[in-house]
Design a protein around this ligand. Sequence first.
Ligand code: ADE
Length: 226
Amino acid sequence: MNLVILNFNILTLFPELFTSFLGESIVKRAIKSKKIQVNLINFRDFAKDKHHTVDDTPYGGGAGMVLKCEPIFDAFASINSRFKIQDSKLKTRTVFLTPQGKRLTQARVEKLARYNQLTLLCGHYEGVDQRVRDELIDEEISIGDYVLTGGELPAMVLIDAISRLQPGVLGKEDSHLQDSFTKALKRKKEYPHYTKPADFQGLKVPDILLSGNHAEIEKWRKSQLK
Ligand code: ADE
C-alpha cells in the first residue's frame, strides 16, 4: 500500500464547494493514488446548541458577526484524535485563509509542500475570534489583495499549488509543466507553443515547426523568447 504523503484537513462551513474541485483532473488522480488525502470537516457539526450556531455578535459592539471559538476548537481537537499522523517526526502546520494574511507566492507554496499534514481553516463573515488565531493557527495566508466571501477558493488554490509539487502527482507526460511554470515565475522567457491542426481557420503554425529541422527549430525558438 502507498503511504499518504500529504494530508489536508479543511475546516469549512461549505464542504460541498470542494466537490468538483476534488473530483476532477490531477487533484482527483492524486487522491486516488494516495499521494494526497483531503478530509473535509464542517465545523458547524461541532456547534452544541440546537441551531448549530457558529457565529455571534462582537464584544465591544460594531457591525458584523464573529466566528465563535468553541466549534472551531472542538473541530481541531477532533482532527487531532481522528486524523493525526502518529509519527511525531512528521511535520504539521495550520493555516488560516484570510485577506490579512501573508501573500501566497510560489516560494511559500514550496515551503508548505514540505509538510505532511496541513490543516486549513476557511473563514467567513466578518472575522474569527482572536483566540482561534492566537492558539490554533501557525500561519495566515492571503491569495491576493482582494476580499472574497470566504476562504474556500483560497484553500483550493493552496491545495492545487501544493499538490502538483508532491512527488508523482504530475505524471511523466505533464511533469514538464512543473518546470516551465516555475521558470515562468522566475521571469525566464517562454517561446510560443503550437499543436495540431497546422492550419486553424487560416491561422497557420509557423512553417519552421513543421520542418523537422531540430537545429533550426531550436534557433527559431530562441529568437522568439519573450
Ligand atoms: N478570504 C477572503 N478573501 C481572501 C483572500 N484574498 N485570501 C485568502 N483568504 C480570503
